[in-house]
Design a protein around this ligand. Structure first.
Ligand SMILES: [Zn+2]
Ligand SMILES: [Zn+2]
Length: 352
């Protein structure tokens, strides 16, 4: 047999084998019928994904003894897609839900949780900066059109005079939105368009401002630019959540936040970051970052005194460029459990 003949036979064989494979491929689907994903087997390309190890906020039932806190806003007044302004949603196993602040942009995060708006009717406002209540319009009108059946309830502090208080703010909010308010009333039930404002004395020292259904909420003054800002604690089922709002370091917080399970306190940019990122005058910056707000080092000092089960720092753009300096500042004075908050971070709090 010549050399060329052998090659020819070989060529015919290879051609035959490829033909068989091609025929088999034509008789099978062009994709795998099942495949492994990170969390398990997916039976087909059109099937639902299996249970995964990732967690989606709002997708888990709350246990009767559990407190769940979801950060719906953790950033700055100039809200952005990545971080809305201040908003912490506290959900309790007894069915109660409370907003602590409702800062600009936070309602997009809140809406993504798909919680019925009738369950989201209680809002506690630490102070009247827009980065702490700027999305009231969105909860008010959005919740109204999305099915809330009852008035919205807002609690907030008094001010130095009447026109700096929460009651004044809410009354004039409704006046500012008069066109919206009246036009919606023409087609919708007007009850959920109402807002009841409960104003409490901002000077109250660890004073009870809400007590219902086993839940106690207290307030005390915060130190923040103008009189009227407060911090809050919420106690339920022997669990304690504390929220600073905006404040410089102060002795009241250290005293009244004691025994906190979850202690949320602002931690601002360092003075150097504020000069660099915001182009601020270095002289004025020290006052803003260490007196009207709390520096990372002071945040750490506060947490070392309070000793919560878990500390949460918020009110900073948590970016690759900023977070390490903030973290290292806190770690100079605090070595306990810590989260640097980002939007949609979730804490499940139980005693065990
Ligand atoms: Zn503020
Ligand atoms: Zn703020």
């Amino acid at each position: 047999m010549s050399r060329s003949r052998k090659l020819q036979i070989g060529g015919i064989f290879v051609g035959f084998a490829l033909g068989v494979i091609a025929t088999l491929m034509l008789s099978q689907p062009s994709y795998l019928s099942e495949a492994n994903a990170a969390g398990g087997k997916v039976p087909s390309p059109t099937a639902a994904a299996p249970e995964r190890y990732v967690y989606y906020p709002g997708s888990e039932e709350l246990r009767p003894d559990e407190m769940r806190v979801i950060a719906c806003g953790t950033g700055m007044p100039a809200a952005r897609h990545k971080q809305a302004a201040a908003c912490f949603l506290v959900e309790l196993g007894n069915g109660d839900k409370f907003f602590f602040d409702l800062g600009t942009g936070c309602m997009a995060n809140v809406a993504s949780l798909m919680i019925p708006y009738d369950f989201l009717d209680k809002v506690f406002i630490s102070h009247l900066h827009t980065d702490h209540w700027g999305d009231l319009a969105s909860l008010w009108a959005g919740g109204w059109t999305a099915g809330r059946t009852q008035p919205l309830k807002v609690w907030g502090p008094s001010g130095q005079t009447e026109e700096f208080g929460t009651k004044y703010a809410v009354e004039h909010f409704l006046k500012a939105y008069n066109w919206d308010y009246k036009s919606r009333m023409a087609t919708l039930n007007n009850i959920p368009g109402q807002i009841t404002a409960t104003e409490f004395d901002y000077r109250g020292m660890n004073k009870v401002i809400y007590q219902e259904n086993g839940v106690t909420i207290r307030s005390w003054p915060a130190i923040h630019i103008a009189d009227g800002a407060v911090s809050f604690s919420l106690e339920w089922n022997e669990l304690k959540f504390v929220f600073s709002g905006d404040t410089g370091p102060n002795k009241w917080f250290v005293e009244y936040a004691k025994d906190a399970d979850l202690c949320v306190h602002e931690s601002f940019f360092t003075p150097d970051q504020f000069v660099e990122l915001y182009g601020r005058d270095p002289g004025a910056t020290v006052n803003v970052t260490t007196v009207l707000h709390t520096s990372p080092q002071a945040f750490g000092k506060i947490m070392s005194e309070v000793k919560p089960r878990h500390a949460v720092a918020y009110h900073v753009f948590n970016d690759e460029e900023t977070r390490y300096e903030v973290y290292e500042g806190i770690r100079q004075t605090y070595d306990g459990p810590l989260s640097l908050a980002t939007d949609m971070m979730v804490w499940n709090v139980t005693k065990h």
